[in-house]
Unconditional design. Structure first.
Length: 143
């Protein structure tokens, strides 16, 4: 099956979703938390989820539909300005670690079908570099 996609840049998921609802787009990518309302209201249908594992029992992963590698998976990152004192960074990391263990936060993330995989600094850099290589490979296959 041949499918031809065109890239339409947006300033965020909200405007992209509005264009989907307006019929200006056939498909878009989004975060599970942004999908929760429209999905429960029957306004959208999830066709596949990024990554190698299913997020929903009845929805295939990208890998299952033939998109290999860590492509399409969106990371949320928290950044601070360069030169932020190390003690401030340590305090922020401790606060996020506490949130990661908070039962209310975990329950809410579960309702939104969001996964928390906390990484800091150099550990996340390794993931970013691997994802960059996967995207490069995907783009080269599209040319």
């Amino acid at each position: 099956m041949d499918i031809d996609f065109g890239m339409v840049p947006f300033h965020g998921g909200g405007p992209a979703m509005q264009s989907l609802f307006a019929g200006d787009l056939d498909v878009t990518m989004s975060f599970p938390s942004g999908d929760a309302g429209p999905l429960s209201e029957g306004k959208i249908r999830i066709l596949a989820t990024a990554g190698s594992e299913r997020m929903y029992e009845d929805v295939p992963s990208f890998e299952e539909v033939g998109i290999k590698g860590d492509v399409g998976f969106k990371h949320r990152v928290v950044v601070a300005p360069a030169g932020t004192p190390p003690e401030v960074i340590e305090n922020l990391q401790a606060a996020f670690e506490a949130l990661n263990g908070d039962k209310t936060v975990l329950k809410l993330m579960g309702i939104l079908n969001e996964d928390i995989q906390m990484m800091f600094g150099s550990d996340y850099q390794i993931v970013r570099e691997a994802q960059l290589a996967a995207y490069k490979e995907l783009v080269e296959t599209l040319e």
